[in-house]
Design a protein around this ligand. Structure first.
Ligand code: GDP
Ligand code: MN
Length: 383
């Protein structure tokens, strides 16, 4: 779950990470109230789930009330990369001496936490990584050991920050690491992390991604749900209790079990196609569940073919086949189906599918053959 900047900053504040004073507003009047409270000059910032707001005109530093009114009027309702601005964050503006970059994230391949710190902040860090990779001080952290103060000092010392920023940055990073770990975040990023002209270090932006799998121990995360931007397909899937992740290919995927669903994505890629989604319907494959799955995939305009990959376990092959046939009767599909059925009573299941075979429903004996057939129906290779 991605937090908006103001949500990320209130999350930061719980861990004593210094941020500017201010608040969120949904109307120009509210924005002016917040601005009056924060004290001029203020910065008015669009709250959208996308970066690069500064360049897009969604961040404005203004000197007084009249300018704040003009800025809030301009920013509320504007669209940034397709995201309409419904709220603004209004903060007392900071006098910036230096802009840095700091983040903690997961290095999944190394199974470690990764800290990144750069004196080249405020700009697109992906570009810094490409142009001057040496400008980013990377710190792999063993999650068992965590980030000690000593380690943090060595790391910060190697990042080339201005001397007067060092102590404050060490303190901020230790708090940010606690926020990342205890706060169950997958990403805690501050860009820019600033040194102010009066020598303070604070987080001027906040990008926080919370680990949805930890939501069970954070009842307080409920407050963020209203502002999440779910893909329409993902919204429908959630409503139907399906494990679904939208992708951008043309082959819709339905599989039982997360492992099989992931293998199905791989095999579609191997056959030269691109998956439209990940969808795990779990152990069973009843007509009701299958119909729900087909309905979700049917709302995806990019889908040209659907690959159903089911391994019969406790749910026997003939039940699965009947479920598929019945579900096809319930949902008017825009794309043809290719089914690979294996496992318990696969033969009985395939016999049922064979009786219903048509150009809308085909069956293949292996995963790879089924993937090839689905990719071909979807219009062939990648492109
Ligand atoms: P982003 O463009 O979406 O990443 O939005 P940021 O929150 O990072 O803001 C973009 C830029 O606006 C920052 O890099 C700063 O240069 C500038 N900015 C943001 N807040 C302030 C502030 O309080 N004072 C000043 N002077 N500039 C600010
Ligand atoms: Mn930023």
């Amino acid at each position: 779950m991605d937090l908006l900047e103001h949500q990320g900053k209130s999350y930061f504040a719980r861990f004593a990470i210094p941020v500017s004073t201010g608040g969120v507003a949904a109307t120009v009047e509210e924005a002016l109230d917040v601005a009056d409270g924060a004290g001029y000059p203020v910065v008015v910032k669009a709250q959208v789930h996308v970066g690069g707001r500064g360049k897009a005109g969604g961040v404005r530093v203004v000197a007084d009330r009249a300018e704040a009114e003009a800025a809030a009027t301009a920013i509320l309702g504007m669209s940034i990369k397709g995201h309409v601005v419904h709220t603004v964050l209004v903060e007392h503006a900071t006098d910036i001496a230096e802009e840095y970059y700091a983040s903690f994230t997961l290095d999944r391949a190394a199974k470690l936490h990764l800290g990144m710190l750069s004196a080249e902040g405020g700009v697109d860090i992906e570009q810094v990584a490409v142009d001057t990779p040496g400008a980013i001080a990377r710190l792999p952290i063993d999650p068992v050991d965590g980030l000690s103060e000593a380690l943090c000092r060595v790391w910060v010392a190697g990042a080339g920050l201005r001397e007067e920023a060092v102590a404050g940055t060490v303190e901020l990073l230790l708090a940010l690491y606690r926020c990342f770990v205890e706060g169950d975040a997958d990403l805690a990023e501050v860009n820019p992390l600033v040194l102010t002209t009066d020598g303070r270090v604070l987080a001027l932006d906040a990008k926080v991604t919370l680990d949805d799998n930890a939501a069970f121990r954070h009842p307080e995360w409920k407050e963020y749900e209203g502002t999440q931007e779910l893909d329409e397909r993902e919204r429908l899937a959630r409503e139907k209790g399906l494990q679904y992740i939208g992708l951008d290919g043309s082959v819709g995927i339905i599989a039982n079990g997360a492992g099989l669903a992931m293998s199905t994505l791989d095999v579609v890629n191997q056959a030269g196609g691109r998956p439209a989604n990940f969808l795990d319907i779990g152990g069973g494959a009843s007509a009701a569940v299958m119909a729900n799955a087909l309905e979700v995939i049917n709302t995806d305009e990019n889908v040209r073919a659907i690959f159903v990959n089911v391994f019969g376990g406790i749910t026997r092959g003939e039940e699965v086949a009947k479920g598929i046939v019945e579900a096809m009767g319930r949902v008017e599909l825009t794309s043809p189906l290719v089914v690979r059925l294996d496992g318990t009573n696969a033969a009985e299941g395939r016999a049922i599918l064979a009786r219903h075979e048509s150009d809308r429903l085909q069956s293949r004996a292996t995963m790879l053959d089924a993937a090839r057939a689905a990719v071909e129906l979807a219009g062939g290779g990648k492109g």
